[in-house]
Design a protein around this ligand. Structure first.
Ligand SMILES: NC(=O)C1=CN([C@@H]2O[C@H](COP(=O)(O)OP(=O)(O)OC[C@H]3O[C@@H](n4cnc5c(N)ncnc54)[C@H](O)[C@@H]3O)[C@@H](O)[C@H]2O)C=CC1
Ligand SMILES: CC(=O)C(=O)O
Length: 327
């Protein structure tokens, strides 16, 4: 493991709120030898690297931080893409698509040729749609391209349920699945505390009203934080750093992550086993009838967005060529 740490690098594209917070989290909990930050805003990038560097002089300094180019990022073990516009208060994640797809395409052009071993972790929104297009733009095997998806929503869900049940969040096994966005849903039928099904562990609470309240809270959590402070960063920084650790340590942890669902024709979050080669396999989950319908509605919505984007892309020569390169 020590050998592995000496040789590993994580590139973070975008040194804004999310990229810098992820970098800080990786410096505080070292899992790789080097973090490379990349951003076309040179002044911001250099300031972030200096500021983050100041956090490494306390003695541990197991991970170094430096500014880098897109070309260098393309050779890293993990490439985390936080580059892109963020939502304004009351804006949906999907409204970012056009701008962030352009940025995504330019990133792959600048990184080319990307290492065939790189694992791509998409964070920028709308994360499920960008994960779908990153598969096409990168030319990497499907298993090596994943998005943080509903990992953050699931962490938020665990937090609320833990408070209700008065147990540690780590004892809660409950997933938000589907889109990291409006059509997400909670897989209540599979939720448990320890090995006790949630319907037994929280028997007095688990009414339809209680579930709806929690779903509304989970779905709206980002909007409320963005309205007050302009971004969300700590939660996603922690989630993305954990995913990087599962990859580099080949930990084979099960998490809800966004990856290509062959039967649904889009990327969305379902439970997956994650390790050194990315998504090692999907972990089957038995949804109840209502949840299955919600999954299908969610996939239908995402497919419609993809189809709309693909039509627009046909009118955009640069993007069309980028996508056709690996078709
Ligand atoms: N998936 C999730 O759960 C979450 C996703 N996000 C998303 O992450 C993205 C970033 O959010 P923030 O960091 O708050 O935004 P930000 O605006 O603070 O930072 C974005 C950075 O990307 C940079 N950038 C633009 N083009 C680039 C390129 N070609 N290469 C490298 N960097 C480039 C910009 O210069 C900027 O510094 C947004 O799309 C936001 O919606 C944010 C929180 C949670
Ligand atoms: C911004 C965002 O996607 C989130 O915090 O969930």
């Amino acid at each position: 493991m020590a050998e592995q740490r000496l040789k590993t690098s994580i590139a973070i594209l975008g040194s804004g709120d999310v990229g810098a917070t992820l970098a800080y989290t990786l410096l505080q909990n070292p899992i790789c030898s080097e973090v490379i930050l990349v951003d076309p805003k040179r002044e911001l990038l250099e300031a972030q690297v200096r500021d983050l560097g100041d956090a490494t002089y306390g003695g541990r300094a197991a991970t170094k931080i430096r500014a880098g180019t897109h070309q260098e990022a393309g050779q890293a073990d993990i490439v985390v893409i936080t580059a892109g516009a963020k939502q304004k208060p009351d804006e949906s994640r999907l409204s970012l698509l056009r701008r962030n797809l352009q940025i995504l395409s330019s990133i792959f052009t600048s990184m080319s040729p990307i290492s065939p071993h790189a694992i791509l972790l998409l964070v920028a929104n709308p994360v499920d749609i960008l994960t779908y297009f990153a598969r096409k733009l990168s030319g990497l095997p499907e298993s090596q391209v994943l998005g943080t998806g509903t990992s953050l929503d699931s962490a938020r869900l665990r937090g609320i349920l833990a408070q209700k049940a008065q147990v540690s969040p780590s004892s809660i096994d409950a997933y938000v699945l589907g889109e990291h966005g409006e059509s997400q849903f909670v897989a209540w039928s599979n939720a448990s505390i320890g090995s006790t099904p949630l319907r037994l562990a929280l028997s007095q609470h688990l009414t339809d009203e209680f579930k709806t309240d929690i779903e509304t809270h989970t779905r709206g959590a980002a909007g409320a934080i963005i309205a007050a402070k302009g971004c969300t960063a700590y939660g996603i920084g922690n989630v993305a750093a954990s995913i990087c650790k599962y990859i580099l340590f080949d930990s084979r942890t099960v998490r809800p992550l966004s990856f290509y669902q062959t039967s649904l024709g889009c990327c969305l979050s379902m439970p997956a086993v994650i390790g050194r080669k990315g998504i090692l396999r999907a972990m089957p989950i038995q949804l109840d009838g209502d949840e299955q319908k919600l999954l299908e509605v969610c996939a239908e919505g995402l497919r419609a967005v993809i189809e709309g984007a693909e039509k627009e892309l046909k009118a955009d020569d640069e993007l069309r060529h980028a996508l056709e390169k690996h078709a």
